[in-house]
Design a protein around this ligand. Structure first.
Ligand SMILES: [Zn+2]
Length: 314
């Protein structure tokens, strides 16, 4: 599966420009995460939001990419502190998000029809491997996650700059009836299994040979041809335009009201006393929501509805 985000990715970065933009390494980190989140959502076809997050202990405290089942998406990063100049590969993933080996990567699946009180499914992995060595690539963090949580062999190649966020995902699908065959140990099933492993390994090695520059600059057909020209393959119709990945933010005044309500009346009143109003900006799209004293009082007198709390606002 291959994704190449251009307009949607540039849209996300443009919205951040008013807040000063991201350092290059953060742009690359967030772009790689966004491409990966699209690949994962398209791969599992989950009926709800897929949220890929890195909670960092370095200058990047949080990086989030969220993709809906219709592939609309949004992404943001919270940077507190100095990020060295240069590309992600030279700055190093650890120096951004895993300085003290406390960084975490989480994948959350939040069902669309979640019942009140029902928790979304979340898997969390550290940013180090089984030997506690720091992992220096987003693709390796996610491959590690897929192997640990889903027992799925996955190979990802990711790359991003300020124009393109792109990714290639190769995954070994579970063999039909594999669990049943495993116990029987017939010669036939073992041979099949070995053959399928060889196929996966060969294709994964070919995929891993794809260079960052190639992924960023070449069109899909050229990439597929370069990597897999010796393999028989079926090309699916690409999803683009209204059916493809595109920027969309799900923030709203109602969701912000709900978030303020969870802060509590005392907290909100103290902000009003200090600043005359409450102003909340959406980190994803840059929208500003303002509540004057009358609006703010209204929040606490309305009957309680139960939309989910907006995680990206503060
Ligand atoms: Zn928004």
């Amino acid at each position: 599966m291959l994704v190449r985000l251009t307009d949607s990715w540039q849209d996300i970065l443009a919205r951040r420009q008013q807040a000063g933009g991201y350092p290059q390494a953060v742009t690359e980190l967030l772009g790689e995460m966004t491409a990966a989140a699209v690949l994962m959502q398209a791969n599992i076809k989950f009926n709800g939001a897929l949220v890929l997050q890195i909670m960092g202990d370095g200058p990047v405290k949080l990086a989030v990419a969220e993709v809906q089942p219709d592939l609309s998406l949004r992404a943001t990063a919270k940077v507190v502190g100095e990020v060295a100049d240069g590309a992600l590969a030279s700055v190093g993933l650890s120096d951004l998000v895993n300085v003290n080996n406390q960084g975490r990567c989480a994948i959350t699946l939040d069902p669309k029809d979640r019942l009140p009180g029902q928790q979304p499914y979340q898997g969390v992995v550290p940013l180090y491997d089984d030997h506690r060595h720091r992992i220096e690539r987003v693709s390796d963090v996610l491959a590690h996650y897929m192997l640990q949580s889903e027992q799925l062999d996955t190979r990802l190649v990711l790359a991003a700059n300020d124009q393109v966020a792109a990714g290639l995902l190769i995954q070994r699908l579970p063999v039909k009836g594999e669990a049943n065959l495993a116990g029987q140990g017939t010669a036939r099933s073992n041979e099949d299994d070995i053959g399928l492993s060889e196929d996966y390994n060969r294709i994964a090695i070919l995929a891993a040979s794809l260079k960052r520059e190639e992924l960023l600059t070449l069109d899909v057909d050229t990439i597929l041809h370069r990597l897999f020209w010796e393999e028989p393959h079926t090309r699916f119709v690409p999803q683009s335009g209204e059916n493809g990945p595109r920027f969309a933010c799900s923030c709203s005044k109602e969701r912000v009201s709900h978030m303020l309500r969870s802060l509590g009346a005392l907290e909100v009143e103290s902000i009003i006393a200090e600043q005359g109003q409450v102003e909340v900006g959406c980190d994803f799209c840059g929208a500003q929501y303002r509540f004057d004293p009358v609006d703010a009082a209204h929040i606490f007198t309305q009957p309680v509805a139960t939309p989910p709390v907006e995680p990206g606002t503060h």
